[in-house]
Design a protein around this ligand. Structure first.
Ligand SMILES: NC(=O)c1ccc[n+]([C@@H]2O[C@H](COP(=O)([O-])OP(=O)(O)OC[C@H]3O[C@@H](n4cnc5c(N)ncnc54)[C@H](O)[C@@H]3O)[C@@H](O)[C@H]2O)c1
Length: 197
């Protein structure tokens, strides 16, 4: 069974409502994947507008923090939980012309590590995945669905192809599961080898 809740994660009241509805519908929250994010506009650092900065940081970093706040509050009452955030390889290395995105994703990794330490002794694990180039609508917006441009992206991946959303989901499911019971505070690249270069 699934439940749809309209939620803008950059608005605290929306996130509160999302978590409340989750508990009302399912009784408890065992794990959470904080996946929503935006790429923002492309512009070099001195040309990035304040509006683009605020919007991108607001969704990607503040939004993930709002989600964590309410999830952790609930998991503390329940006595355990696992949270996985979604950063990016752009949280581990720099990329030109998307300064707010890169800053927000580095921030998500820092936030993850801080929370992992805070809650480690209270049975809440917090980890973050760092996907490489994954075939989603976000990448379609970068490539314009142009096969040649997509091939250039694929060639930058050591593994020689784009990742599929399911390959990220598998890593997230493992981090959420008891199979990862001794894993917390980890920023896990799911990137076809990109950051090993
Ligand atoms: N696709 C990639 O190559 C790639 C690589 C690294 C990291 N990521 C990250 O993966 C996550 C998912 O991205 P994607 O590639 O599926 O992009 P996408 O644009 O296809 O999907 C993003 C989703 O986030 C939702 N969203 C955006 N702003 C929101 C908000 N304020 N509140 C609630 N939901 C919101 C959108 O509705 C959409 O469903 C993002 O955090 C992104 O930064 C993607």
């Amino acid at each position: 069974m699934g439940v749809f809740v309209k939620c803008d994660i950059s608005i605290d009241d929306d996130v509160k409502k999302l978590i409340k509805t989750t508990v009302e519908s399912f009784g408890r929250l065992d794990f959470a994947f904080n996946n929503a994010g935006i790429e923002g506009h492309s512009a070099s650092t001195h040309e990035c507008t304040e509006e683009n900065w605020e919007k991108t940081i607001g969704v990607n970093l503040r939004g993930v923090w709002f989600c964590m706040k309410h999830e952790i509050e609930l998991m503390l009452k329940e006595g355990k939980g696992a949270i996985v955030n979604n950063a990016s390889i752009a949280g581990l290395v720099g990329f030109p012309s998307i300064p707010a995105y890169v800053a927000s994703k580095h921030g998500v990794i820092g936030l993850t590590k801080a929370a992992a330490l805070e809650y480690a002794r209270r049975s809440i694990r917090v980890n973050v995945v760092c996907p490489g180039v994954i075939r989603t609508p976000m990448i379609d917006r970068f490539t314009g669905k142009n096969k040649e441009v997509e091939k250039q992206f694929a060639n930058q991946e050591p593994i020689g192809r784009l990742g599929e959303p399911e390959e990220v989901a598998d890593a997230v499911m493992w981090l959420c599961s008891d199979a990862a019971s001794f894993v917390t505070g980890v920023a896990l690249p799911v990137d076809g080898g990109w950051v090993a270069q």
